[in-house]
Design a protein around this ligand. Structure first.
Ligand code: AMP
Length: 224
């Protein structure tokens, strides 16, 4: 039996909208989102050894060591729900991670279908990150600049107090941008040369961006 796989990477600087676009892809294609940032934040919450080791890197805006993240992703990709595809959000972030991902996929007889880079100017990214808030109760997302809640720092639908990510402060944001430029930006040429790459203007309204993301997914992965 042959099955279409949608093995997708979403590239983009912090705040580009990878998470937002992933949510829509999950809903439309029924493939899981694998966000290494989310997995690491969860490991911290449950205070696992991995979470404890990752904490200082995350809080300073630096990357968690490759071997830790690679092991984590390898485990996740081996799970059954990734058989028809997956959306990697926030991984790979270094050439080393990209090389290891290629090895992992090859070992399991898979190929990468699409690498979609969501491009946004740094001043806009900074405002998105600084204004970003999340409801810990229902998971609703807000931005105090672009889509504020009706009552200050309070969720419209469930009333819970909104939370801000610890690394969404000015100093850490600056560090994350620097890390992105130095360590992750080289992946653009890496994937472009492999013929699976597409670039999307991430400054448009969310639904417009998503229409483009879908177009590229269908072009690069093929229709079912
Ligand atoms: P994110 O939610 O993708 O912005 O990630 C938050 C933080 O988790 C990053 O600043 C890193 O410290 C860490 N992290 C997430 N993904 C990776 C990765 N692929 N490699 C190394 N560190 C990561």
């Amino acid at each position: 039996m042959s099955m279409v796989q949608r093995n997708i990477i979403l590239l983009g600087a912090p705040g580009a909208g990878k998470g937002t676009q992933s949510e829509r892809l999950v809903a439309d294609y029924g493939i899981p989102q694998i966000s290494t940032g989310d997995i690491l934040r969860n490991e911290r919450k449950i205070q696992s050894d991995l979470g404890k080791e990752a904490a200082e890197y995350m809080d300073s805006g630096r990357l968690v060591p490759d071997e830790l993240v690679i092991r984590m992703v390898e485990k996740r990709l081996a799970q059954d729900d990734c058989a028809g595809g997956f959306i990697l959000d926030g991984f790979p972030r270094t050439v080393e991670q990209a090389d290891k991902l290629a090895e992992m996929l090859q070992k399991s007889g898979k190929t990468l279908s699409a690498v979609i880079n969501i491009v946004v100017a740094e001043d806009i990214l900074a405002k998105r990150l600084l204004g970003r808030r999340k409801c810990p109760g229902c998971g609703a997302n807000y931005n105090v600049f672009f889509s504020p809640p009706k009552a200050t720092e309070q969720c419209d639908s469930c009333g819970a107090g909104l939370e801000q990510r610890k690394d969404d402060n000015e100093e850490t944001i600056r560090q994350r941008f620097e890390v992105y430029q130095k360590q992750t930006q080289p992946l653009v040429d890496y994937y472009r040369s492999r013929g699976v790459y597409a670039e999307i203007d991430g400054e448009k309204p969310v639904e417009e961006i998503y229409a483009r993301v879908r177009q590229e997914v269908e072009r690069l992965c093929g229709k079912v």
